[in-house]
Design a protein around this ligand. Structure first.
Ligand SMILES: NC(=O)c1ccc[n+]([C@@H]2O[C@H](COP(=O)([O-])OP(=O)(O)OC[C@H]3O[C@@H](n4cnc5c(N)ncnc54)[C@H](OP(=O)(O)O)[C@@H]3O)[C@@H](O)[C@H]2O)c1
Length: 293
């Protein structure tokens, strides 16, 4: 489906390139960002006009897509959009939030005659830039079918899990799996450096074997170079792990490794690294003594 009128709210690390793909695929895009400078530079790069308000961006749109920060941000942006959307339009939230928020917003949307899809994504900044994201979706079958062609502008994989909220629960599963993998990779890097190994040769030897992962393919080299000023911010990962740990606790489940890694991210935040990529777990070893001497 091309040629739909779509609005995109939130032009950050993820939202900016996702909205760019919608333009490239022939949709008529109106984009809005809270800080107007970002909207202006995005709009001039894509030869379209920025919208100065949520109301202006969503007016008459078939689909409204958002990718902002935490639960209160996603709620504020969605509720502002709902009041100005035309009946029958669909709201697709790509923000990673709690499942409770997604369920609540979906009810509000349906009560207003709007469609709803919670569609958190995985694949990182590179996935957004390359149009290869994975979206895990919670929606009615009808809303999902209508939203699917638009999301395919920047997603390689789009899966409906179940009703509203289940997309967010699936993203929590994803973040639990990632937390341990990134810490494992950070420990592997610290060990490789401590043994004086050539980290490029190590990557060539092990990345296609049983240790291989998306994190190894996309973060090993930058970890080796001590480069973390990009990607998925520690602040957002802590937000995700907070949501995960609350949801686990509500089911009486203790996620020991996730808790431990969340604490490590807390240390990075306390040292001023909240905007560093999550692979900055590797930096903890630099301060831990002999690992990189
Ligand atoms: N980066 C990744 O690799 C990645 C991967 C998967 C999922 N995610 C999730 O995607 C979401 C966005 O991440 P990101 O990396 O794109 O973050 P980001 O670069 O920090 O961008 C956040 C965007 O949300 C906007 N925003 C935040 N609070 C807002 C509010 N209250 N009202 C209006 N706009 C608000 C920001 O506007 P301003 O410009 O005005 O600050 C900015 O446009 C997060 O939920 C994150 O967990 C990120």
């Amino acid at each position: 489906m091309s040629g739909s009128q779509v609005a995109f709210l939130g032009l950050g690390v993820m939202g900016g390139p996702m909205a760019g793909w919608l333009v490239q695929k022939g949709h008529q895009v109106r984009a809005w960002n809270r800080s107007p400078g970002k909207a202006e530079s995005w709009a001039s790069a894509h030869a379209v006009r920025p919208s100065s308000s949520i109301a202006q961006a969503v007016d008459g749109a078939d689909m409204v897509l958002a990718c902002v920060g935490d639960d209160p941000d996603a709620r504020a942006v969605a509720e502002a959009a709902f009041t100005h959307m035309r009946a029958g339009a669909i709201y697709i939230d790509h923000t990673t939030t709690s499942a409770a928020l997604a369920s609540d917003l979906s009810k509000q949307a349906h009560n207003r005659g709007l469609g709803w899809v919670d569609a958190p994504v995985s694949g990182g900044q590179a996935g957004a830039v390359n149009g290869r994201l994975t979206a895990m979706c919670g929606a009615t079958e009808a809303d999902f079918s209508a939203a699917h062609p638009v999301m395919s502008a920047y997603c390689a994989t789009i899966v409906r899990i179940g009703e509203a909220g289940t997309g967010q629960l699936t993203k929590m599963v994803n973040q639990i799996a990632i937390a341990g993998v990134v810490q494992g990779l950070a420990e592997a890097m610290a060990f490789a450096k401590a043994q004086g190994l050539d980290t490029d040769a190590v990557l060539a030897a092990i990345s296609k074997g049983a240790a291989g992962s998306w994190q190894m393919d996309n973060r090993w080299v930058s970890m080796a170079e001590d480069r973390f000023d990009f990607g998925f911010a520690v602040d957002w990962m802590r937000k995700d792990l907070r949501i995960v740990l609350e949801a686990a606790e509500a089911k009486g489940l203790t996620l020991e490794l996730t808790k431990l890694v969340d604490g490590y991210y807390g240390e990075i935040q306390a040292a001023g690294g909240g905007r560093l990529d999550t692979s900055s777990l590797a930096r903890r070893f630099r301060h831990a003594g002999k690992a990189e001497e």
